[in-house]
Ligand binder design. Structure first.
Ligand SMILES: C[S@@+](CC[C@H](N)C(=O)[O-])C[C@H]1O[C@@H](n2cnc3c(N)ncnc32)[C@H](O)[C@@H]1O
Length: 244
C-alpha cells in the first residue's frame, strides 16, 4: 500500500503524542518549568535571540508553525510580542505548552491541527511567522506546507526559519562511525523510524512508527519562493541545534 500525506501526518501525530511523557520525564522539562516560573525567561539561543531583537518583536503578532511545547513562542512573548499563536497537531505537547504559558503568566493561544488542514481563519493575521528546529523533516509535502506561512502573514510580514542544516540528514548518530556521511543527501524516499521521539536519540521500547523526509536546501528555498515569499536574508551557523 502506498502511504499518502495523511498517513504520514497521522503517524507523526501519534508518535509525538506517545513521546510527550518521555519529554515530561526528562531534565529539559524541569529546566523549562523552573525557567518559565521566572519573569522574562527565554529558551532561545544566541542566534535566535539576536534575530528576534533585530526584528524588534515588541508588539508584533507572532505565529509559530509546529510549536511543540511552545517553549520558543512563550520566550518570544516574554520578549514583548503581542498576540502569539502556536500551531501543532500533538495535543499532548500543546497541553505542556499551556502549562508552560500558565507558569510564565503569559497569554499564548495553542491551536491543535495538522498544518495541512489549517483553515483561512488565521490568514493575514501575523507580522511574524516562525518555523524552528526540526520541522521540515516531518513534512511529506514541503511545497504545500510553505503555502501556510505565506497565507498567515500580513502584507509585509516576515517568515523566520531557524532550522537544522539538511546536511545533518547524511549522518546517523547510532552508526558506529557517527561522523561519517552514510545517507544520501538527495534521498527521495523517507526514512522509517521506530520508537518514541527523544532528542538525545536514546533507544526506547515505545511503539511508534514515523517517517523523516529529506529536503535539500534548494527544496526549501524553491518551496518558499513558489509560495510567493521573497528571500531577504540567509545565514549559516556553526552550532548544532539538533539536540543530538
Ligand atoms: C521537533 S518538534 C519542534 C520543536 C520545536 N521547534 C522546539 O525546539 O521546541 C516538531 C513538531 O512538529 C509537529 N508536527 C509534525 N507534523 C505536523 C503536522 N502535519 N501538523 C502539525 N504539527 C506537526 C510535531 O507534533 C512536533 O511537535
Amino acid at each position: 500500500m502506498t502511504l499518502q500525506r495523511d498517513d504520514y501526518t497521522a503517524a507523526s501525530r501519534d508518535a509525538w503524542n506517545v513521546s510527550a511523557q518521555h519529554h515530561r520525564d526528562g531534565e529539559d522539562w524541569t529546566k523549562l518549568t523552573d525557567g518559565f516560573a521566572r519573569p522574562g525567561f527565554s529558551c532561545l539561543d544566541g542566534v535566535e535571540t539576536a534575530l528576534m531583537q533585530d526584528l524588534d518583536v515588541v508588539g508584533l503578532d507572532v505565529a509559530q508553525i509546529c510549536c511543540n511545547n511552545g517553549r520558543e513562542l512563550i520566550s518570544v512573548r516574554n520578549m514583548g510580542a503581542a498576540r502569539c499563536v502556536g500551531f501543532d497537531q500533538s495535543d499532548a505537547f500543546l497541553e505542556q505548552g499551556r502549562e508552560l504559558a500558565a507558569l510564565a503568566g503569559q497569554d499564548v493561544e495553542f491551536v491543535c491541527s495538522d498544518v495541512y488542514k489549517i483553515g483561512p481563519e488565521f490568514d493575514g493575521a501575523f507580522d511574524l511567522v516562525l518555523i524552528t528546529i526540526g520541522v521540515f523533516g516531518w513534512m511529506p509535502d514541503l511545497k504545500t506546507f510553505m503555502e501556510l506561512p505565506a497565507r498567515l502573514l500580513k502584507p509585509g510580514g516576515r517568515l523566520v526559519i531557524h532550522e537544522e542544516h539538511p546536511i545533518i540528514n547524511m549522518f546517523d548518530p547510532e552508526h558506529e562511525r557517527p561522523f561519517e556521511p552514510v545517507l544520501d543527501y538527495f534521498r527521495p524516499e523517507p526514512l522509517k523510524e521506530q520508537g518514541a521521539i527523544v532528542y538525545d536519540g536514546t533507544p526506547n521500547e515505545t511503539e511508534a512508527t514515523h517517517w523523516w523526509f529529506f529536503h535539500t536546501l534548494s527544496d526549501v528555498m524553491t518551496a518558499a519562493l513558489a509560495a510567493g515569499l521573497a528571500l531577504e536574508r540567509f545565514d549559516e551557523h556553526p552550532n548544532n541545534i539538533s539536540g543530538v
